[in-house]
Design a protein around this ligand. Structure first.
Ligand SMILES: Cc1ncc(COP(=O)(O)O)c(C=O)c1O
Length: 405
């Protein structure tokens, strides 16, 4: 399978500056996304929703059309359920500050998995601290799976909210969120899904999942930085107080107070990122034009090749499952005696960009017994040659640092 035709869509990939294998941090953007953003500024730029003149109306239309495209992308029931934010982090903070602080009280429990990105852990620690609630951590096995016993012991009648990521940014494993959401609902809790890593890899359907809240970032699915999405069930969003207050999120203001705007605008205070929304819509349309099945097939082929090759190298430990199907293009590993920063520097010298460190998931790494790890994360636009170069480079690391084997 050598379909390289997609690469021509990505200007940066054609500059041959680097073998880019840090896609879980941020993806590259296709030309259509860059064009959608520049088209907004070149031809339609005005402050959306503020003016009655044509440019402002066009800007509003572009922004609201992007919302429609996002709604279809995740199969939400209504555009009122789609809130544009800056990123996943802001989306989850919105839920924590607005829903969490209002609905979670002393004695209540919040269930958070140990593998969460700090973005889906620290907001819940804040809510627990402020409202005297308790966090119960859901621990995973070494391969990233959750046992029935682990789930049964933490999700109880006291649980008010369950925060869980769909795909781990360290292990690449897809969590059984349908089961976890169902268990949350059985005890009357809401489920907050961090879909930052799954949105570019799997078809999301918030109705089928029955997710209460779901968050993702544009920049991880070929869209612009600075635009993210929060999906929330309309009934929940209706009852929640605003997160940020100011312009654009009100119906009327007096010296005594204000009446909030209708959804989704109640949660979009200040001037919005309309060009970003246009770029995100273009990214979604781009993904649709290729199709998840096609992307997934290529990712899986490349992931398998990478895992099989890396596994052959002595002194390497791949974090998580041994099965490439459990990796969604993400392969984190450690090399005996070598700090991940040294690994990434050696790879960098060979022109390969990977990530080294704790990947904003320090509690998970501690749970797995490692301080930090090197992560290679690939996308459908990577090539077999790039994966082979990665494997070849990793196989030289210990030797280049003076180890005998
Ligand atoms: C699983 C997961 N959640 C949340 C985030 C935070 O995303 P952002 O920095 O776009 O807010 C990331 C980013 O790496 C992530 O991988």
């Amino acid at each position: 399978m050598r379909d390289l035709s997609y690469r021509k869509d990505f200007p940066l990939l054609n500059k041959e500056r680097t073998i880019y294998l840090d896609n879980a941090a941020t993806t590259q953007r296709p030309k259509c996304v860059l064009a959608a953003e520049s088209d907004f500024y070149e031809d339609h730029n005005a402050n959306p929703m503020r003016g009655f003149y044509p440019l402002s109306i066009e800007a509003t239309d572009i922004y609201e059309n992007s919302r429609r495209i996002v709604k279809q992308f995740i199969n939400a029931s209504s555009e009122r359920e789609i809130i544009f934010t800056r990123n996943t982090t802001e989306s989850i903070n919105l839920v924590a500050y607005s829903y969490g602080l209002t609905n979670i009280h002393e004695g209540d429990e919040i269930v958070v998995s140990v593998m969460e990105h700090h973005s889906n852990m620290l907001p819940w620690q804040m809510v627990a601290r402020r409202n005297n609630a308790t966090i119960r951590y859901l621990f995973c096995e070494k391969d990233g799976s959750f046992t029935k016993e682990a789930l049964d012991s933490v999700i109880t009648e006291k649980t008010k909210l369950v925060a869980i990521m769909h795909i781990s940014n360290v292990l690449g494993r897809m969590n059984p969120i349908e089961d976890i959401i169902r268990r949350a609902h059985e005890v009357g809790a809401v489920a907050v899904i961090d879909a930052a890593q799954s949105a570019p890899h799997a078809k999301l359907d918030v109705v089928r999942l029955d997710a209460d809240f779901l968050a993702f970032s544009g920049h991880k699915l070929f869209g612009p930085m600075g635009i993210g999405v929060l999906y929330g069930k309309e009934k929940l969003l209706e009852e929640m107080p605003p997160f940020l207050t100011g312009g654009e999120m009100i119906e009327s203001v007096t010296l005594e107070g204000a009446k909030w705007a209708e959804l989704p605008h109640k949660f979009e205070a200040g001037t919005v990122n309309a060009a970003g929304a246009a770029g995100l819509a273009a990214a979604i349309e781009y993904m649709d034009s290729i199709g998840f099945d096609t992307m997934r097939k290529r990712e899986l082929m490349l992931t398998k090749r990478a895992i099989e090759g890396i596994r052959e190298i002595p002194h390497i430990n791949i974090l998580g499952s041994k099965d490439p199907l459990d990796h969604a293009g993400i392969i984190s590993f450690s090399i005996d005696d070598v700090h991940p920063h040294d690994v990434s520097q050696i790879l960098e010298a060979d022109g390969i960009a990977v990530r080294a460190g704790h990947h904003c998931a320090q509690p998970l790494l501690k749970h797995l017994g490692v301080m930090s790890a090197t992560r290679a994360s690939l996308m459908f636009y990577n090539t077999e040659e790039e994966i082979d170069a990665l494997i070849a480079s990793i196989s030289t690391v210990r030797r280049r640092l003076g180890y005998g084997d």
